[in-house]
Design a protein around this ligand. Structure first.
Ligand code: HEC
Ligand code: HEC
Length: 318
């Protein structure tokens, strides 16, 4: 073979291999998946949510966040495994490949608080002190006096501008509308033993219950109530010395964690934030452990609860 012939063989051969692989792995799966109808309960995006999706793409959120829950135990905290019907209205899919931050497939359920999302985008460290997420200040404007009827962000002391108040721009409002729309629709007859974030009961001899409580509190509660239970004044209540957390009867405490809370005035303060329900996200063990963490930390000394207590309150509700 001549030199040129050999070169042609190498270039042509690898080009052909590339083409076959591209069709096999890139094109055919898309063609096979595209006729799949939306899953039950999967809704099209509103114009505002669709605009927010564009902001998500433009700001590069997908460099650190996935939107795909794999059928693996380590992914259970992010929701049930993703199904093809979930993506009917989310094309091109923003699956992502880097998980520097948590998966956002179900973040509208995990963090349904608009106020929290704004504070977090403006300055992640205002609500998650150890966060490495960049702050998206340019999605906000600082004005001296807000226009009538518009409420500015309530930021923890030290995080706001020296002068004036912070307002979300239209792009921030669209982005938050999109984030809050990211909710997994339940799949009918789907076996909850696989979907349940907590999996099987863990309270057994030798199990470190205190550590579980600290972990669950850290991942599910600290973002709003603070690692030390100090909250964010006016937005998320402190749990130190809180009447519900220190009550000898834990029933209200359990109910609030299971069902969430909105519009209650605590110690004379009406909180702008909203507490999401955790009943469908956490197991009885995880809820009991988190509650016990709150009841026995930061100087609180209240009677603790058992997973069975949580199960009883769940049953009463049904
Ligand atoms: C450099 C990586 C990085 C980028 C870019 C990034 N994030 Fe994050 N994000 C994180 C990390 C790390 C966390 C976890 C710590 C925290 O909550 O701040 C996080 C947390 C979050 C959470 C809370 C998730 C939960 O389960 O509580 C939301 C919502 C979020 N990011 C949205 C966004 C949006 C929207 C953008 C784009 C505007 C973005 N992120 C860009 C790293 C990133
Ligand atoms: C998205 C923010 C957010 C997250 C996450 C969150 N909370 Fe809350 N929580 C709130 C807000 C806001 C209130 C007050 C609601 C109101 O006053 O209507 C609240 C109230 C409470 C109260 C009631 C205090 C009282 O005196 O009535 C308890 C107890 C509580 N949260 C525990 C928890 C636990 C346990 C977790 C984690 C499993 C958790 N919270 C996660 C925002 C949050």
């Amino acid at each position: 073979m001549t030199r040129n012939g050999r070169l042609l063989g190498i270039v042509g051969g690898s080009g052909l291999a590339y083409l076959v692989l591209a069709i096999l792995m890139g094109l055919l799966p898309g063609v096979a998946l595209s006729p799949i109808p939306p899953g039950p309960g999967v809704a099209a995006l509103t114009p505002q949510q669709a605009a927010g999706r564009q902001v998500y793409v433009a700001e590069g959120c997908a460099y650190c966040h996935t939107q795909q829950v794999r059928p693996l135990p380590m992914d259970r905290i992010f929701g049930r495994p993703s199904a093809p019907g979930d993506f009917a209205y989310q094309t091109p899919e923003l699956l992502g490949s880097e998980r520097t931050g948590p998966d956002l497939t179900d973040v509208g359920v995990r963090q349904p608080s608009e106020v929290w999302q704004y504070i977090h985008l403006y300055q992640p460290r205002a609500v998650v002190p150890q966060s490495i997420m960049p702050s998206y200040r340019w999605l906000f404007t600082v004005v001296q006096t807000p226009p009538a009827g518009v409420s500015p962000l309530t930021l923890p002391p030290g995080f706001g501008p020296a002068n004036g108040v912070v307002l979300p721009t239209q792009r921030a409002r669209d982005l938050v509308a999109y984030l809050l729309s990211l909710k997994q629709a339940p799949i009918p007859n789907y076996s909850p033993s696989v979907a349940a974030p907590g999996g099987p009961a863990v309270a057994r001899a030798g199990f470190d219950y205190t550590q579980l409580g600290a972990n669950v509190y850290g991942t599910s509660c600290a973002a709003c109530h603070g690692a030390q239970g100090a909250g964010v004044p006016g937005v998320f209540p402190a749990l130190v010395n809180d009447p519900v957390v220190t009550a000898s009867d834990p029933k209200t405490h359990i109910e609030i964690v299971l069902n969430g809370l909105h519009g209650k005035s605590i110690g004379g303060t009406a909180y702008g934030g909203q507490m999401p329900p955790f009943g469908s996200q956490l197991s009885d063990d995880q809820i009991a452990a988190a509650i016990d963490h709150e009841r026995t930390s930061w100087g609180n000394h209240a009677p603790t609860v058992m997973p069975a207590d949580v199960a009883n309150v769940r049953k009463e509700k049904k």
